[in-house]
Ligand binder design. Structure first.
Ligand SMILES: Nc1ncnc2c1ncn2[C@@H]1O[C@H](COP(=O)(O)OP(=O)(O)OP(=O)(O)O)[C@@H](O)[C@H]1O
Ligand SMILES: [Mg+2]
Length: 497
């Protein structure tokens, strides 16, 4: 029988009166992958922050390798062989990938001699092991969310940790990249490491874990052998009610072409010759691997970095979008993948965030009507089941998935003519995922043209009328709903016909 690497016993934690964990007991054995699942705000991230010393528990004990650790700190955790990938990547933006890896892994004083070649080679080897095609010289600030996740994975590989904690490591990765991560996990497990694995993608939980612990409202409701529980029972345990997750896609008679791209290029972002069109009422899914240019295409359309070649037509009229505010005036909305950058304003209240893009709807004669703002926000809190003490709570204090819902509410409330969604259900739990899918379908039925970037193939296949697959900065193929299959999408993404 393998031994216990780490355990928590009756751990509780509150934040300003909000109880995040109450009496949680959890244990991790050598050579196992222990999945931690639960709805948004259930307390998963808080529990792992207690394991890594990023937060202190109010009550309860943490035991590592058989010894009580009354005061865990991040440095102590590291010396005890605990490595974590947090839900939000934590790279230093002004340093290169190699420097970030070195900072996380090298020991010694700042005055030590740095062997640049050795450092670079080590970074290359770790990135390769993690299955990431990322140059070690790239600045972290230029990496996309999924690329940052890959660097975080390389960090844990390099740390040769005994306890590896992964908080949604795959939230923006596609199947092929997830397979590579699973190889890394398999390797760590054979070396006798224990892995805590948090994910909202239940297929992955079933594919990778040995045991599953379910948290609900800060309490452990079950710990089961993965083989002894099935998907519907797991969902029922998580949400406390039965739920059928079927895609609500209904065919919509497509209207006029809302947006058309003719060989659109953006050299600065590595996008070239993208030709596409999206009709009113249509959902165009965009699939592709990390670094294929999906997010960069969205940023071009939204004017974050204006295009420098080709043509863009809105409702048949040629336009050149210079800035996000210009895009918004033209009726284009954008929910970005990295919600911390431009998705939500973390230190503003939920209500103000939700109404940021729809000030017209809540203001009369230039004054913001606070009561209307609250009402609007409350309706979205209810509809998307956003877990927040009130609409005046700062968004930064919400769990990751709930922040994503606020970002979405912001745009749903104005209903733009063209809506670009980058990983709209990333980090969102099963129940809320279904709500968001239903909302996307509603918007399409109201005649909005939707461009939906997603790494989750079931979502792309389930929600899209057509699927454009990107590879190396351009579109490598467009499939109709009937043509689109998992295999064909992956083949186009990899250009392996
Ligand atoms: N720093 C904080 N200040 C105030 N409240 C917090 C803080 N961190 C977490 N919480 C609250 O504690 C609860 C649990 O949050 P936690 O981040 O652990 O959830 P989670 O299970 O990881 O959810 P998700 O799936 O959305 O990531 C939530 O209600 C959240 O709002
Ligand atoms: Mg979390």
């Amino acid at each position: 029988m393998s031994h216990t690497l780490l355990s928590t016993s009756s751990v509780s934690k509150s934040f300003e009166g909000v109880c995040a964990l109450r009496g949680v007991s959890f244990d991790l054995k050598a050579g196992e992958v222990h999945a931690l699942v639960g709805e948004n705000g259930a307390g998963k991230s808080t529990l792992i922050k207690i394991m890594t010393g990023a937060e202190q528990p109010d009550a309860g004990t943490l035991t590592v390798a058989g010894r009580d650790v009354p005061h865990m700190t991040p440095a102590l955790a590291r010396s005890l062989g605990i490595a974590a990938i947090y839900q939000q990547p934590s790279l230093f933006p002004h340093l290169t990938v190699a420097e970030n890896l070195a900072l996380a892994l090298e020991t010694g004083t700042v005055w030590r001699r740095v062997h640049w070649t050795a450092r670079r080679n080590r970074a290359l080897a770790l990135l390769e092991e993690a299955g990431a095609a990322i140059g070690p010289e790239r600045l972290a600030s230029t990496l996309s969310m999924p690329e940052q996740q890959m660097v975080e994975i390389a960090k844990t590989v390099g740390a040769a940790a005994k306890i590896v904690i992964m908080d949604e490591p795959t939230s923006s990765l596609m199947d092929d990249e997830v397979d590579r991560l699973f190889n890394v996990i398999g390797m760590l497990r054979t070396q006798g490491a224990g892995i805590v694995y948090i994910s909202h993608r239940l297929e992955e939980v079933f594919a990778v874990s040995d045991r599953i612990t379910v948290l609900r409202d800060g309490e452990t409701v079950a710990t089961r052998d993965t083989r002894a529980i099935d998907r519907s029972e797991l969902i029922q345990t998580m949400v406390g009610r039965a739920l059928t997750a079927v895609f609500p896609k209904r065919p919509v008679a497509p209207g006029a072409v809302a947006i058309e791209l003719r060989r659109l290029s953006n050299r600065a972002l590595g996008i070239h010759d993208v030709s596409l069109s999206v009709r009113r009422g249509e959902v165009l899914g965009i699939a592709g691997l990390v670094g294929s240019g999906r997010t960069e295409l969205a940023e071009t359309l939204f004017g974050l970095v204006p295009a420098d070649g080709g043509e863009m037509l809105l409702h048949g009229e040629p336009v050149r979008i210079e800035s996000p505010s210009h895009a918004i005036r033209l009726g284009i909305g954008y929910v970005p993948e990295d919600r911390r950058q431009h998705g939500v304003v973390l230190d503003m209240a939920v209500a103000s965030n939700a109404s940021l893009a729809s000030l017209d709807a809540v203001s009369s004669r230039g004054l913001i009507d606070r009561a209307a703002e609250r009402l609007l926000a409350e309706s979205y809190v209810e509809r998307l089941r956003i877990k927040t003490p009130s609409v005046s709570t700062q968004v930064g204090a919400l769990s990751g998935g709930n922040q994503q819902k606020v970002a979405l509410a912001r745009w749903l409330s104005i209903g733009p003519e063209i809506l670009i969604l980058d990983e709209p259900t990333q980090g969102v739990d099963v129940g809320a995922k279904a709500e968001i899918h239903a909302l996307i379908q509603d918007l399409a039925e109201r005649g909005i043209a939707i461009i939906m970037i997603s790494s989750e193939l079931p979502e792309v296949l389930g929600m899209s009328d057509r699927v454009a697959v990107m590879r190396a900065g351009t579109v490598s193929g467009v499939l109709s709903r009937t043509e689109a299959t998992q295999d064909r999408i992956i083949a186009l993404a990899l250009e392996r016909p």
